[in-house]
Unconditional design. Structure first.
Length: 267
């Protein structure tokens, strides 16, 4: 008994990180096998041929990690990167490592891929993730592409373009302590305005100058509906054009239970 205990105690512990599920290329092989089992020959062959390049490029870009370790942020970065790849590159460019192709595209003044192409490549990768959730041994429980906005077919990313916020990014912004603490005057010289201005902009889509310049009298009721009355006041508030003069309904989420009017928040 003593010898067995010593033997167990002396057994070295493994400190190596165990891989989590399948890599991208392993998941791809399993996906192709799944297609062969479940689809007719032509469908399986066509889909494999159509999707393979998209999946292999993702694997090369990310370093072929486990599909369980891929995050939505990584996929957003990949989506934006795709816009810099050359469209129909010559063989010498196509054979370069994927991270070197954008620089070569600039050097040779090549056209870059369209929004439709980027969208299709992301959809191909998403199909792999969705299928992997049903493949034994993959360990994948959620498709990371679900939280990634796909570009429109007409979109063309331009330099300096400001990216849209993703749903999980908005959750981080508006779920922080800044929006949950109540001692606004002690934290900011503008008091509650530092809290309510971003929230109102989020719910209305109005320009910041339109909302920041409002007075308490601009929050009122029309036939029982609370609205923001957006119009120029001749002083410090302007609107973009005549069409910008409007009454914007106030979302119920912006009406605190303890107040009858949002106007109290501007005092």
């Amino acid at each position: 008994f003593r010898e067995q205990s010593q033997s167990k105690a002396q057994k070295p512990l493994s400190t190596e990180r165990q891989p989590r599920g399948m890599t991208i290329t392993e998941a791809w092989d399993a996906y192709v096998a799944k297609l062969a089992r479940e689809e007719d020959d032509k469908t399986a062959r066509d889909r494999s041929n159509d999707y393979r390049a998209s999946v292999m490029e993702l694997a090369e870009y990310l370093g072929n990690p486990s599909i369980n370790d891929i995050t939505p942020d990584q996929l957003r970065q990949y989506r934006d990167f795709l816009f810099s790849l050359p469209s129909r590159p010559p063989k010498t460019v196509k054979e370069l490592p994927i991270l070197q192709r954008p620089e070569k595209a600039i050097e040779l003044d090549l056209n870059t891929v369209s929004g439709a192409t980027v969208r299709n490549r992301m959809i191909h990768c998403s199909a792999l993730f969705s299928a992997a959730m049903d493949i034994p041994g993959s360990g994948l429980e959620a498709n990371p592409m679900e939280f990634v906005r796909l570009p429109s077919r007409q979109s063309k990313k331009s330099k300096g373009e400001r990216p849209d916020f993703e749903p999980d990014e908005l959750a981080v912004v508006f779920g922080g302590e800044w929006f949950t603490e109540e001692d606004h005057p002690l934290r900011d010289k503008h008091g509650a305005a530092g809290i309510w201005l971003p929230l109102v902009l989020y719910y209305t889509g109005a320009r910041r100058e339109e909302i920041a310049g409002m007075n308490a009298r601009d929050v009122r009721q029309i036939q029982g509906q609370w609205i923001f009355d957006i119009r120029p006041d001749g002083k410090d508030r302007t609107v973009k054009n005549e069409q910008s003069i409007r009454a914007v309904p106030i979302h119920p989420d912006l009406l605190p239970m303890e107040h009858q009017s949002l106007a109290l928040l501007w005092y």
